[in-house]
Design a protein around this ligand. Structure first.
Ligand code: PDD
Length: 277
């Protein structure tokens, strides 16, 4: 397995970073995940644009140009002969003597690697997955794809222990998003998802699903929805780079709709798979 660390492609076992890395000490960094299907990156341009925006938000100069990032991703896909899975990229502020404030001259640490994943032929997509709800205890800038993910670690561990594929995070009765995904519900012919704000990560898959739905004249409603509405929905699904469109068939043990992946959800998944090639 070959990984990328600070400009070099090295065997995984030889890769290392400093114990003073601010990503390690302060979660002072951001990350990005792009899907790979049939050896090709999916929706990658938008992922790279979000990486760039997130770096600006936390005052780190993007160490690479768009073209250089693409080259790193493609090189990793090639060297690891990755057919299906994802490329994970992380940029932290870099290593320096431990101090909360930072010197702008610190050189960022860049790490990237591939992971094999079943995205297209994921058995959970056929049956649909269970979800649980948890309180959203995260910070106020969830639009930044920060590596500070402890609240999501709690949420997703609780999901796993409940045999669920995702935890829906809830704030003031409203669903914000999934632990690592965007949440959607369907009521009648309306596909409902929360509008973008600092309360959620602007999902790349979310945006593409909305575009594909629009092209087919399906109705998307961007508005807040409650957990109660999700329980009562006809269909529910989550989206992310590593799951695409994943049907949710129960929440907190309550069956959603028919308890099987619904027709609109299946259609959106098919449209997304077609786009991903
Ligand atoms: N997570 N919301 C959160 C909190 C996420 O972590 C993610 C993605 C999404 C979906 O974004 P996108 O469609 O751009 O993948 C929404 C990635 C996959 C992860 O953390 O591994």
């Amino acid at each position: 397995r070959i990984v990328f660390v600070n400009g070099s492609y090295v065997p995984f076992e030889e890769a290392n970073i400093s114990i003073m890395d601010r990503g390690f000490l302060f979660a002072d960094g951001i990350y990005e995940v792009s899907a790979v299907v049939n050896g090709k990156l999916v929706d990658n341009e938008a992922h790279m644009a979000r990486l760039d925006r997130c770096l600006k938000e936390i005052d780190i100069v993007n160490p690479y140009s768009y073209e250089q990032w693409i080259e790193i991703e493609k090189e990793l896909v090639k060297r690891n002969e990755l057919k299906e899975g994802c490329v994970y990229m992380q940029v932290t502020r870099g290593a320096a003597e431990r101090d909360f404030s930072y010197d702008k001259s610190i050189k960022p640490t860049v790490v990237a690697f591939t992971q094999v994943k079943n995205i297209v032929n994921n058995p959970a997509a056929e049956t649909g997955g269970k979800a649980i709800s948890v309180e959203d205890i995260r910070w106020a800038r969830r639009d930044i794809k920060s590596v500070g993910l402890l609240a999501q670690v709690f949420a997703k561990q609780a999901a796993k222990e409940a045999g669920a594929v995702e935890a829906l995070m809830v704030q003031d009765g409203y669903v914000t998003e999934g632990g690592s995904s965007t949440a959607f519900i369907i009521a009648g012919d309306k596909i409902i998802t929360r509008p973008l704000s600092r309360a959620i990560l602007p999902g790349i898959t979310r945006l593409t699903v909305m575009r594909l739905a629009n092209e087919k004249n399906l109705t998307i409603e961007e508005r807040l929805f409650t957990l109660e509405e999700a329980f009562a929905a006809d269909e529910a699904f989550i989206t992310s780079a590593t799951t695409f469109v994943m049907p949710i068939v129960s929440i907190d043990g309550k069956q959603v709709g028919s308890g099987k992946p619904g027709p609109l959800t299946k259609r959106l998944r098919a449209l997304y798979l077609e786009m991903a090639g």
